[in-house]
Design a protein around this ligand. Structure first.
Ligand code: GDP
Length: 192
């Protein structure tokens, strides 16, 4: 089987995006902070997995957040061979603020660490910048996010990797197309 994974901080709209793209409601765990379980959808010979959201969750103990991060890293490492695409979801409205807060404390932001980690593997990594409907200075924000993640602005030079979306409004077409393309390429490659 092949697999597509969704990775992101909690509350970035990962589940909303997941259901927009794959047309299925994601079951929400009863309470965040009690279980660590990926949400997997089976689609013929394709698995689509919504990994648990990392980062701070209100009212949840700090060591739980560490366990979530370890789980994600371990999951990706053990399934890397069948993963063909990783979608890293960030919140366009709060990404820069969160990253700058970590940097001002002299820490490597977990969001950047996670993005770099994903890029160590052979699979395609797409950055979905969600909640664009709430972002006012769109190009400015996308350029700044792009720069933070090591892609020299303008962001438009990275349109094969960076996808501004609004899961809530259903504005996800470019990303959907790119994912479909990965599948087509993979099939074509396997036929050769
Ligand atoms: P998850 O924790 O990353 O899975 O996030 P959810 O999918 O549960 O979404 C968290 C919150 O963000 C919910 O209140 C969603 O309605 C909201 N949300 C998700 N996508 C968007 C979006 O594109 N725009 C806006 N404005 N809100 C969104």
């Amino acid at each position: 089987k092949l697999e597509i994974i969704f990775v992101g901080r909690s509350n970035v709209g990962k589940s909303t995006l997941f259901s927009r793209l794959f047309g299925k409601e994601v079951k929400k765990g009863k309470r965040p902070g009690t279980t660590i379980k990926p949400n997997t959808l089976v689609y013929k010979d394709l698995l689509v997995t919504d990994l648990p959201g990392y980062g701070y969750i209100h009212g949840v103990r700090r060591d739980f957040n560490e366990r979530v991060k370890d789980f994600i890293v371990h999951y990706i490492e053990s399934n890397a061979e069948r993963i063909i695409c990783g979608i890293h979801v960030v919140d366009g409205k709060s990404f820069l603020e969160i990253v700058e807060r970590w940097e001002s404390r002299g820490e490597i932001p977990i969001d950047i660490e996670m993005y770099d980690f994903l890029n160590e593997f052979d699979f395609q990594v797409f950055l979905a910048v969600n909640k664009m409907d709430k972002v006012e200075k769109k190009d400015y924000t996308l350029n700044a996010i792009s720069e933070k993640l090591g892609m020299i602005p303008p962001w438009t030079n990275w349109k094969h990797r960076i996808f501004p979306v609004s899961a809530k409004k259903g504005e996800v077409d470019a990303l959907g197309g790119a994912i479909r393309n990965v599948l087509v390429q993979k099939k074509r490659h396997d036929l050769l």
